[in-house]
Design a protein around this ligand. Structure first.
Ligand code: PLP
Length: 452
């Protein structure tokens, strides 16, 4: 006799939230046969399972809605695509075509943006570590360098002397926006005077052309009020810097952090009140921007990542096995593991099936294919019995999964874009042995006898 399964505390699933999780009281899984008109079966037949599928329609809808929310409230808005959120070339190109400049946080990401054809002048170079040589290139190419620390000021000064022209710089600022976890390790702190001290140093250096101020208060910020506090503080500092140092700054960059429509693990989110709209964030930020005293309104830069791409991505994954565990749960082994979906740590993904799945719901656990006990996608969910080869669609999957996925045990899958015209474009091929071993060497003396 199977033991009665006790619900783990971390995943409080209450009946009111089950429909949000993809389980209706009738115990069927919502059916989704296609993604923007392209059949899921066709997609996996042509590109394999598992498969990341991006929707051009959804990505454009999210971008256009967010841009309209800000630009209808403030006259000078620029979006900068946060590369680390998803740096597939095709995804970055899509955001650039819609009008985003690039926001990068490493020399690698900087090179990626340049290789895509983005001029240095349209790149914001952020991050806590910028190697000296990359600073030289960024200065030569006129990138906007957001300084993180005092040591970096010295590096930039030296790099600018080497290049023979001033660097276009802003400082990253961290501040107390009333959030539980303050992101205080990036940039100069506002409240303890370090931000002011950095400006004082920069203002007298001929190697520096101070053009803006930047903050990024965190990610998945569910409370728009935090942006009110942050923008108020940044605007006040902006006015102070312009007045005291007789400077005209080009822009205020308020970073990213807006949430996507995700269901967080361990947090009960009543569907109606869970996630504030992008309009709410825009209203708060833009209202505060109006208190900037400059004659011409400076540019407001938003580095929104997750909010724009998360819901545009789905992971299609197939059931490859199932068994009854001693605690009463049915364990499903899927062909996609947590190594592909970093956000499985935080999200209870929405779950749909590409075929009819109905029946009596039973306590279930969704596992991946890794031969590791930690490979758990959802440790408790009430599900009707799933047949082998049933395809599940997990979402939102567009943010931070492709970039933070790890090749482990299995090959990583392909990623495709379903276009507005119903075409399917490959953004990334599935890995094979050659791709995985591309950078490995087998020293001669370790070669096995019969190896060519
Ligand atoms: C400097 C900076 N800008 C933008 C982003 C994008 O944040 P999000 O995806 O939460 O919008 C991040 C992510 O942490 C960041 O560090």
């Amino acid at each position: 006799m199977a033991k009665q399964y006790e619900r783990p505390l971390v995943n409080k699933i209450d009946p009111a939230s089950t429909s949000k999780l993809g389980v209706s009281p009738k115990h069927n899984l919502p059916k989704k046969e296609d993604i923007d008109g392209v059949s899921v079966d066709e997609l996996t037949k042509n590109h394999g399972s598992p498969l990341f599928v991006f929707s051009e329609k959804k990505i454009k809808e999210k971008y256009n809605d967010a841009y309209a929310a800000f630009s209808s409230r403030y006259e000078n808005v620029q979006f900068a695509w946060s590369y680390k959120t998803n740096y597939l070339k095709g995804i970055c190109a899509l955001f650039h075509k819609m009008g985003s400049i690039a926001e990068v946080v490493s020399d690698f990401e900087y090179e990626k943006a340049r290789a895509l054809g983005i001029p240095g002048s349209d790149i914001i170079y952020n991050g806590p570590y910028k190697p000296f040589d990359s600073l030289v290139v960024a200065i030569e190419e006129g990138a906007r360098i957001h300084i993180d620390n005092f040591g970096e000021i010295l590096d930039i000064k030296k790099a600018a002397q080497k290049v023979g022209k001033p660097a276009r710089v802003a400082i990253r600022i961290n501040l107390n926006a009333g959030t539980t976890h303050q992101w205080s390790r990036f940039g100069f702190n506002l409240e303890n005077g370090q931000a002011k001290e950095a400006i004082e140093q920069l203002a007298i250096m001929p190697e520096m052309n101070l053009t803006g101020l930047h903050t990024h208060i965190g990610t998945f910020m569910m409370d728009p009020h935090a942006y009110q506090v942050a923008t108020k503080k940044m605007v006040s500092f902006f006015n102070e810097v312009e007045e005291e140092f007789n400077l005209t700054l080009e822009y205020l960059d308020m970073g990213g952090g807006l949430p996507s429509l995700s269901h967080l693990k361990g947090v009960y989110q009543p569907p109606e009140i869970a996630i504030p709209t992008v309009e709410k964030y825009a209203e708060i930020i833009c209202n505060e921007m109006k208190n900037i005293k400059s004659q011409t309104p400076p540019m407001l830069i938003m580095e929104t990542g997750r909010h724009l791409i998360d819901e545009g991505g789905t992971l299609v994954t197939s059931v490859v096995a199932d068994k009854l565990l001693p605690d009463g749960r049915r364990s499903y082994v899927m062909d996609a593991g947590v190594n592909l979906m970093y956000t499985a740590t935080w999200y209870n993904f929405k779950m749909e099936a590409s075929c009819d799945v109905e029946g009596k719901a039973e306590p279930s656990i969704i596992n991946g294919p890794l031969c590791m006990n930690i490979d758990v996608i959802n440790e408790f969910i009430m599900l009707p019995r799933l047949e082998r080869n049933t395809k599940l669609l997990l979402s939102p999957m567009g943010a931070y999964n492709i970039t933070q996925s790890m090749q482990f045990i299995r090959y990583r899958p392909a990623a495709v874009l379903v276009t507005e015209d119903g075409e399917t474009l490959v953004l990334k091929k599935a890995e094979d042995l050659e791709a995985v071993e591309f950078s490995e060497e087998l020293p001669l003396r370790l070669r096995l006898k019969n190896e060519a």
